[in-house]
Design a protein around this ligand. Structure first.
Ligand code: NI
Length: 256
């Protein structure tokens, strides 16, 4: 069994065949899926999907891209989602200085606010970080402390940032982009991640594996990330599946 710890089945990309995609994922050994909210609307849909499907859990979050348009009232509504069943994480939240769609100031403000909420609720974090390593670590330490429960999703940092994340107690998650021809550096970093801190995800509809690159990704393709990690680590596919599944169950308290 594999777990796709991060995908966006709520996106309209799946409107025409969501049930088929879900069936395919089950048929291909994906036992659980965490559907990750990335906006107010997406979080509402994520909670709904978890309510409607036994194998789906919800993460509630507001992506840093949304930071410029989040209102005080949104935050109030957002806190209401904490009461919903099968909410297992707060995310995705974070900082994105690569695309900079919202201002840095608003991103930091929103990130702090959502971290406070996660802390109050005792939920693990699903963190999005692009080109914001030092602000990321400073804010995490300020709001959460030296140790944090959560995952750095779609890891793209270097060895130094990896060490900081591991020291903090975070899990590290890789998507199918680890299969890309030009991902040599990322594969090198993945080699340094201890197996007991490693998670797998698709980030579907994004980041389809090399042989489907440019197409829509979907949860059943999390096996491509597992195969690549097995190659990198010199382990069997089964071992990678077992360990990463256990890790996800522990972090997100799935199936309890
Ligand atoms: Ni995502």
């Amino acid at each position: 069994m594999l777990i796709d710890t991060h995908c966006h089945l709520d996106f309209k990309d799946f409107d025409s065949d969501r049930d088929i995609v879900l069936k395919r994922s089950r048929d291909n050994g994906v036992g659980f899926i965490i559907n990750v909210g990335s906006s107010m609307e997406g979080t509402a849909r994520s909670v709904q999907l978890a309510g409607d499907n036994e194998s789906i859990y919800a993460a509630i979050g507001i992506h840093p891209h949304e930071a410029d348009r989040v209102s005080e009232n949104d935050i109030k509504v957002f806190q209401g989602f904490l009461e919903k069943p099968k909410v297992v994480a707060l995310g995705e939240i974070g900082l994105d200085y690569y695309k900079n769609i919202s201002s840095g100031e608003n991103q930091r403000k929103l990130f702090r606010r959502l971290l406070e909420i996660a802390k109050g609720a005792g939920l693990p974090l699903i963190i999005h970080n692009r080109d914001a390593n030092s602000d990321m670590m400073n804010i995490l330490k300020e709001v959460i402390g030296k140790r944090a429960s959560g995952v750095m999703h779609c890891f793209s940092g270097d060895e130094a940032f990896l060490k900081e994340c591991l020291d903090m107690g975070l899990f590290i998650s890789f998507t199918c982009n680890i299969t890309y021809k030009n991902a040599e550096r990322l594969r090198g970093v993945a080699k340094s991640v201890p197996m007991d801190r490693l998670l797998l995800e698709t980030d579907a509809p994004f980041l389809a594996p090399q042989e489907f690159r440019g197409k829509r990704n979907e949860p059943m393709r999390v096996k491509y990330a597992a195969e690549e990690i097995a190659r990198i680590k010199g382990l069997s596919f089964e071992e990678v599946a077992r360990i990463t599944t256990d890790n996800a169950k522990v972090l997100f308290k799935l199936g309890q």
